[in-house]
Design a protein around this ligand. Structure first.
Ligand SMILES: Cc1ncc(COP(=O)(O)O)c(C=O)c1O
Length: 427
């Protein structure tokens, strides 16, 4: 889509006035004067999330062991309750989604389930710019099966180190490929991959397809009824604002619900008979059957509050603001920052863009530090990317305007020169 923007604060304020989601901002905890652009790393805490956490804590306080069953929703089935709440974000059926563990463990679970190598088909197809944990899990699973990752992982290289080209993957789908695991949105550039095209082509060749939705869930709506992947995983602490370490999402296509789980445990048992404590595992025939052991209820509760806000706001409205505000950010960067040597490493077209903008500069690391000192919260990714995510539920157009002005000030005054070229632990 082509957008028409103007420079100046009054235009930003005008956009905020027209913003259909503007009332949500007041439900988040924001620090005065700080501009939080890191919602793609750790989303902010909302009052709704806090209220759910406090409710569940209260249930534990007053009910003790009975909190598992005498609560509404039942904490014993909480993971599936949250799964059903996440299902609309990807247009899946409630029974296809559960909340479980973290993304990495869900990849292990899914690979344990779906990776069934034969002499002829044994390769796992990946890209070389995905977040590393996916690859660590793949290599680990291969080793568990006595296979050599050097032989069994087929890596398709990005042409420019920023984006992946779908056609390169189709070409790499040779008869020895058993499974593909790719990110929906690339964590550095924010490229949104054509998931349907890749999934359809893979299925024509009998290849299992899994997607890592960490950088798209809650920012980009997915239509899994159309894409029809075999499995998907995602974290809930980024755009979904579930809190640090909140439980991850796992989607298993309903055509596979009767498959055995790769990492079974007693919480995946048919619920009515779980407490019969039989040694023979009776896997539940829905995504909850992929549960392992007892999950952290207190790391799920904030997500409940946050998902209620998502249902209220509507995923399509969130995407629509995300596209508009990232396009606005792009406009201001081009207007105000190109003269200081900045470039944009994210796709321009709406259908190729996720929820953040990759701002590139040779001195990105020091500029990132100067930005933090100027009370903007971005994050840095090697080698030269400052990621800026205007989370639609709590970031205003005015914040984007103000952030760009703070960057202008840093560059004009060469404030970044006062910082070391040193990476810090997080962001
Ligand atoms: C694409 C992707 N996958 C996985 C993860 C992290 O996984 P986990 O939830 O296991 O920490 C991230 C974290 O940023 C990510 O960007």
């Amino acid at each position: 889509m082509t957008y028409s923007f103007e420079k100046g604060l009054s235009f930003a304020k005008q956009l905020d006035d027209q913003d259909a989601l503007k009332s949500f901002r007041d439900r988040f905890y924001l620090n005065d004067g700080e501009i939080y652009m890191d919602g793609n790393s750790l989303g902010l805490c909302s009052k709704d999330a806090e209220a759910c956490l406090m409710r569940v804590l209260g249930e534990w306080k007053t009910l003790g062991i009975n909190c598992w069953t005498q609560t509404q929703p039942s904490l014993f089935l909480y993971h599936d309750h949250l799964g059903a709440m996440m299902a609309p974000l990807i247009n899946a059926d409630p029974e296809e989604v559960t909340a479980h563990a973290n993304t990495t463990l869900n990849i292990h679970t899914a690979l344990g389930t779906f990776y069934e190598p034969t002499d002829k088909r044994y390769k796992i197809l990946v890209d070389d710019i995905n977040f590393p944990t996916d690859r660590h899990a793949i290599d680990g699973q291969l080793r568990l099966k006595g296979l050599d990752p050097e032989v069994c992982v087929k890596v398709v290289k990005s042409r420019d180190g920023k984006m992946i080209c779908e056609a390169d993957f189709i070409e790499a789908m040779t008869e020895d490929v058993a499974l593909i695991l790719l990110p929906s949105v690339l964590y550095r550039s924010g490229q949104l991959v054509d998931m349907k095209y890749i999934t359809d082509e893979a299925h024509k060749r009998d290849i299992i397809v899994g997607w890592d939705l960490c950088h798209s869930i809650g920012a980009v709506p997915h239509d899994f009824k159309a894409i029809n992947p075999d499995f998907a995983v995602w974290c809930t602490y980024k755009y979904l604002n579930g809190g640090p370490g909140s439980l991850a999402g796992l989607y298993i296509n309903k055509k596979h619900l009767s498959k055995p789980s790769g990492l079974p445990g007693w919480h995946g048992n048919v619920k009515d008979r779980q407490f019969e404590l039989n040694h023979k595992f009776e896997k539940a025939a829905h995504a909850g059957g992929w549960q392992s052991g007892t999950q952290s209820i207190l790391s799920m509760a904030p997500l409940e509050g946050s998902l209620k806000m998502y249902a209220e706001a509507g995923m399509e409205n969130i995407r629509s603001k995300s596209l508009h505000i990232t396009a606005y950010m792009r406009f201001l960067i081009e207007e105000r920052l190109t003269e200081y040597g900045f470039t944009i490493g994210s796709p321009t077209e709406d259908h190729l863009r996720g929820g953040h903008i990759a701002l590139e500069h040779d001195d990105a690391l020091r500029i990132n530090e100067a930005l933090k000192a100027a009370r903007v919260v971005p994050d840095f990714r090697f080698p030269n990317v400052i990621r800026l995510a205007p989370a639609p539920l709590y970031i205003r157009y005015e914040d984007v305007y103000e952030m760009v002005e703070r960057i202008v000030d840093i560059m004009k005054e060469r404030k970044y020169e006062g910082y070391e070229n040193k990476v810090h632990t997080v962001a």
